[in-house]
Design a protein around this ligand. Structure first.
Ligand code: MG
Length: 246
């Protein structure tokens, strides 16, 4: 007899590449941010793009781009040095401000996001967001998508829990959901997501919406899905769901 499944308490989502189409949102946004920062200097634009792992010709990103999995502190200091500015918090704030405005102009969510999140809430699950973006930008994105009130927990790299792959955002979500970490699922598209879930003791689902995500995730997650449309079945196969237990 298999052990009875753990009762799932909540699902914590990564944002970029999981809810948002990464290249469609951050490709044009990055071009605008770099053009603003470089101020028309083509050499500086190229140097900033190289550090960010941004590929101007295709509007895409290298798999190891710090803009994909990292937070602002992982690339802004190097950008500041290229621009002859102090690599300080004020410059990181300026970068976050430029990115918030540019990403809102190009914000592109996947079609399956809204229905799946409604379904999870109907199952009685806590729903959260854990992103290496700033919390303020994350809230602006969810607001623009009409989803802000669907998330009971929203954390960015600057919310006080640390960024991924540190486990703090996942652990704090478990506290929010009044559950053990093993009753929490994290869904994300990068190795940082999987490692954060592991270190917190949560279940790690990789989402491979693109070939790049499939390649970088490899077989490290507990489970890999191709889109959020596959999530309800994946959860039901591994966990007991509260609305069905009650
Ligand atoms: Mg991501």
């Amino acid at each position: 007899m298999p052990a009875s499944p753990i009762a799932l308490a909540g699902v914590l989502f990564d944002k970029d590449g999981t809810l948002l189409d990464f290249d469609a949102t951050w490709g044009p946004a990055t071009r605008e941010v770099l053009e603003t920062l470089a101020g028309g200097d083509a050499g500086r634009f190229r140097a900033l793009a190289e550090i960010g792992g941004y590929l101007p010709d295709s509007g895409s990103f290298r798999p190891d781009s710090p803009i994909i999995g990292g937070d602002t502190t992982e690339f802004a200091p190097a950008w500041a040095l290229i621009l002859g500015k102090a690599p300080d918090e004020a410059f990181a704030d300026q970068v976050n401000h430029l990115y918030r405005a540019a990403s809102l102009r190009h914000l592109t969510a996947y079609d399956d996001v809204g229905p799946v999140i409604e379904g999870l809430r109907a199952e009685g699950l806590a729903v959260g967001l854990a992103t290496n973006d700033s919390e303020r930008t994350a809230r602006a994105h969810l607001g623009a998508l009409g989803l802000l009130d669907r998330f009971g927990y929203i954390a960015g790299y600057d919310s006080g829990w640390g960024g991924k792959p540190q486990p703090g955002m996942v652990t704090a979500f478990a506290v929010h959901a009044k559950a053990d970490p093993q009753a929490i699922v994290l869904v994300g598209d990068s190795p940082h997501d999987i490692e954060a879930a592991r270190r917190a003791g949560a279940f790690a689902i990789g989402i491979a919406r693109t070939r790049r995500a499939a390649d970088t995730l490899g077989n490290s997650p507990d489970l890999v899905i191709g889109s959020l449309a596959e999530l309800p079945e994946a959860l039901a196969s591994r966990f007991a769901l509260p609305a069905r237990v009650a």
